[in-house]
Write a protein that binds this ligand. Structure first.
Ligand code: ATP
Length: 225
């Protein structure tokens, strides 16, 4: 895209995909801190329908979507995009980004938010190298997943080094293509741990919003297998 076109680009929009099985405070804090640090106009949450690159989620997509809706309710900068859940096909980030690019236009800066663990696994994603042409990537630090280029697959380490944004002005002016790393409050919370607590009848309270926990209890989700 010629530089003149970048000048008319809008405020960057954050995109946050995940299995959210269930959504927890690690996710919410990541979204909140990225929104502030990057001056995002808002964040679209993208719950995955059938994630192809990992174990099938424990609960149905409709439940995971409902829990994300409860978690983000009341935050006017957060919205939920249900397209991946409603699609019958597997969820590929590249397909979602292509759809959003079409919807929002070529100039809109898009920032895909990823925890460091998700970024380290990027080379296993469908057509992963095409993602850079569609959006920026913001990689947020996560406890237990140090971000070291030397421990990334070589092709990803190369992209990581080549695409580091020189500064906020460089990436905010372009619709995509840069990789930014962001520190965030380190919250050692995972959906895996929450599922394990629930499976043994222990309480995950204060690791996730009360409204989400109420939903889990009401629908008797994540009990012992
Ligand atoms: P699971 O334990 O089932 O793998 P999860 O807690 O990692 O789930 P996901 O829905 O897989 O949650 O994650 C969605 C996104 O949020 C990913 O990019 C992941 O890296 C990021 N993320 C999840 N939890 C945290 C956390 N505590 N700190 C930083 N990033 C996180």
């Amino acid at each position: 895209m010629p530089e003149a076109d970048w000048a008319s680009a809008g405020q960057p929009l954050g995109l946050f995909g995940g299995t959210f099985d269930p959504v927890h405070f690690g996710h919410l804090r990541l979204a909140e801190e990225a929104c502030e640090a990057l001056g995002l106009t808002g964040i679209r949450w993208l719950p995955a329908g059938q994630p192809p690159h990992r174990e099938p989620p424990r609960v149905a997509a409709s439940h995971r979507l409902a829990m994300v809706r409860l978690a983000v309710a009341g935050n006017t900068r957060f919205s939920v995009d249900a397209a991946e859940v409603e699609a019958a096909a597997p969820s590929y980030t590249v397909t979602t980004l292509t759809r959003l690019r079409r919807e929002l236009g070529p100039q809109q800066p898009l920032v895909l938010l990823l925890g460091a663990d998700a970024f380290a696994g990027l080379t296993t994603w469908h057509r992963w190298q095409e993602i850079f042409a569609l959006a920026h990537l913001a990689v947020l630090h996560r406890p237990g997943y140090p971000l070291r280029p030397e421990s990334l697959p070589e092709t990803l380490a190369w992209q990581y080094r080549a695409r580091q944004a020189a500064g906020p002005a460089a990436w905010a002016a372009a619709p995509g293509g840069c990789i930014l790393t962001l520190p965030m409050t380190q919250l050692d919370i995972s959906a895996t741990h929450i599922r394990a607590l629930l499976a043994r009848g222990a309480s995950p309270r204060y690791l996730l919003p009360d409204a989400v926990l109420d939903y889990i209890r009401r629908h008797q989700l994540y009990g012992p297998r």
